[in-house]
Design a protein around this ligand. Sequence first.
Ligand code: PEP
Length: 253
Amino acid sequence: MTSRIPLIAGNWKMFKVRSEAADLVNAILPVVSRTDYCEVAVCPPFTALQTVYNLVKGTKLALGAQNCHFEDSGAFTGEVSPLMLKDLGCQYVIIGHSERRQKFGEMDELINKKLKALNKHQLKPILCVGETLEEREARRLNEVVERQVRGCLVDVPQEKMLTTVIAYEPVWAIGTGRNATPAQAEEMHIFIRDLLGKMYSKDVAEKVRIQYGGSVKPENIKELMAQPDIDGALVGGASLKPDQFIPLIQFKD
Ligand code: PEP
């Protein structure tokens, strides 16, 4: 029996001005408060973090950010540091999202620096990994995901691995409406868990939460969550509307 508590996290991407963010949080908060079989987090854009923090402070709804720099401060115009995110009340930070990898050229080495910077401030990384359709069709998915996991976790000690969440997000499933089948997702989650077993230990591998992300919606959440190695979901599109996100939080009801 696993002791991993599923994490359902909403990645709002570049959506929601502050009033919209407040409306969304107010709609989901009562459900989060009475749900005890999963943890829930929302990751608004930087501009709405303070507004959302004011609403979630002292509740069970956790706050996350979508990216960070790896330094605490400095001449990095336009960047936001882990220290600043900690100061805003964030608990989680998404790093290595495929949109950052593909549209902003982020590589494993940079993501590794960010991950270690988050560790320094006791922020929990949600580390995204996943293959493109081309890589899957060329049967290179395991090789690609292994390279990402190993590259992003260089010099990350065991105790910090335990607070890191991995999000397996096949790039071809993000925002496309086409989710990985529960079997495809489970197969990759087992692969990642085995890899963590080799890199750390079986005990660590058993404790690390591995979320699935990619077109998760009310229609597929139950089947995905029924897989033994899927420990929650990182949700984009469906996290933006209460009538879509609430059923995801209530996947067991
Ligand atoms: C994401 O952005 O991490 C994501 C999984 O998006 P969507 O749920 O819209 O596919």
